[in-house]
Design a protein around this ligand. Structure first.
Ligand SMILES: [Zn+2]
Length: 137
């Protein structure tokens, strides 16, 4: 499920594009299986933000480690710093959609969908007119 999420697919069904209608634009449900991406969980974005921070900081740490190892003993501080700054600014923006699908994979792994949730998803796929989140007014 994590690998499916990492390539921006639905972690549950593997549907291409999952719940995305643009790179940053999300619909409420997966276009293939109808699963809600928020899964009625308040604070879902906190999990995806955590995935984003872990991936970005992890990449920055690896780049710093590799940079120091390659240039040791005369450590190239300025070039390493420049690359790390670019990663710190660009990576969270670029990987933003994947953090949602990865976190949905984590959420689905920890809390498998209830039969009612799957029935609701199947009904939403069968009748796209009701394709709205129950969290919306
Ligand atoms: Zn799906």
């Amino acid at each position: 499920m994590l690998l499916r999420g990492a390539v921006r697919r639905c972690p549950w069904c593997g549907g291409k594009g999952a719940f995305f209608s643009g790179w940053y634009k999300r619909d409420d449900r997966c276009h293939t299986c109808g699963l809600l991406w928020e899964r009625k969980l308040e604070g879902f974005e906190l999990g995806s933000m955590t995935v984003n921070v872990i991936a970005t900081f992890g990449t920055m740490l690896v780049v710093m480690g590799v940079g120091v190892a390659l240039s040791y003993p005369d450590v190239a501080v300025v070039p390493i710093f420049a690359v790390v700054v670019v990663i710190a600014v660009a990576m969270p923006i670029v990987i933003f959609p994947m953090t949602y699908s990865i976190w949905l994979g984590v959420d689905l792994f920890m809390r498998a969908p209830e039969p009612e949730e799957l029935a609701d998803a199947a009904a939403a796929v069968a009748n796209p007119a009701t394709n709205r989140s129950p969290l919306q007014p």
